[in-house]
Design a protein around this ligand. Sequence first.
Ligand SMILES: NC(=O)c1ccc[n+]([C@@H]2O[C@H](COP(=O)([O-])OP(=O)(O)OC[C@H]3O[C@@H](n4cnc5c(N)ncnc54)[C@H](OP(=O)(O)O)[C@@H]3O)[C@@H](O)[C@H]2O)c1
Length: 243
Amino acid sequence: MGVALVTGPTAGIGREIAVELSLQGHDLILVSRDRVRLEELATELGNAEVLPADLSDRDQLAAVEQVAGDVDWLVNNAGYGINASFLDSEIDDEQALLDVLVTAVMRLSHAALPGMVAKGRGRILNVSSVAGWVPFGTYSAAKAWVTVFSEGLAAQTPAGIHVTALCPGFTRTEFHERAAMDVGGPGWMWLNAGEVARQGLRDCERGTVLSIPSMRYRAVSMVAQHAPRSLLRSVSKRRGEDG
Ligand SMILES: NC(=O)c1ccc[n+]([C@@H]2O[C@H](COP(=O)([O-])OP(=O)(O)OC[C@H]3O[C@@H](n4cnc5c(N)ncnc54)[C@H](OP(=O)(O)O)[C@@H]3O)[C@@H](O)[C@H]2O)c1
């Protein structure tokens, strides 16, 4: 067993991933902003150290890059959404979102890969989203980047290194509450964070490049990937008009 660096392990999908990797016997490096919650989790797991960092801050990200060079698993999970149209949002908020969802994923992958290549083995699990299939704001565009970036890396890396984009649909975590999004919707549309985490880890271990938990979201993804872009744009436009 080796060392796993997980970003965003203080809640939701990242927490479930950290617990699972810990149960598998990996030593963990836990990265996010909330030091108190990180330390509580590290105490609970018993085989983890904490590295508090805001991944939208380039200096703090650089400190994480320093330790990413020697890990066996890199899980780029940290993320959030902005509950405002691009026409109304603050540009600094949009930039910070892109820094966490895209720049951190790119820089940490770049930092981790040479060590993995030297060992001939490594796992990179990037938490993307089915939102990447549809055109809707910076979040969707960033997740589209994460998915395509992961697919490109998977094609470029040697056989012992697996890169997976985990693309969940709506999952019960703190995500929507933090963004003050009132999603609602029927129960069947919501995934369980533990199941999403375990599916992503299993698929990454197997070398599956696109991991889409649940039949229903695999069906949604199939439709979104094959529907005319003009249809997706009109759905997005209607959603924007609905607010
Ligand atoms: N929930 C869904 O419906 C859903 C669906 C598809 C994809 N996803 C993706 O799944 C991933 C995990 O989200 P979640 O649903 O589990 O949300 P969550 O419960 O809100 O957890 C988000 C995690 O990200 C960390 N984080 C947020 N901003 C950060 C920053 N600037 N620097 C460092 N860490 C930061 C948070 O930790 P701190 O507060 O301690 O910093 C927290 O641990 C995200 O990439 C999200 O886009 C979620």
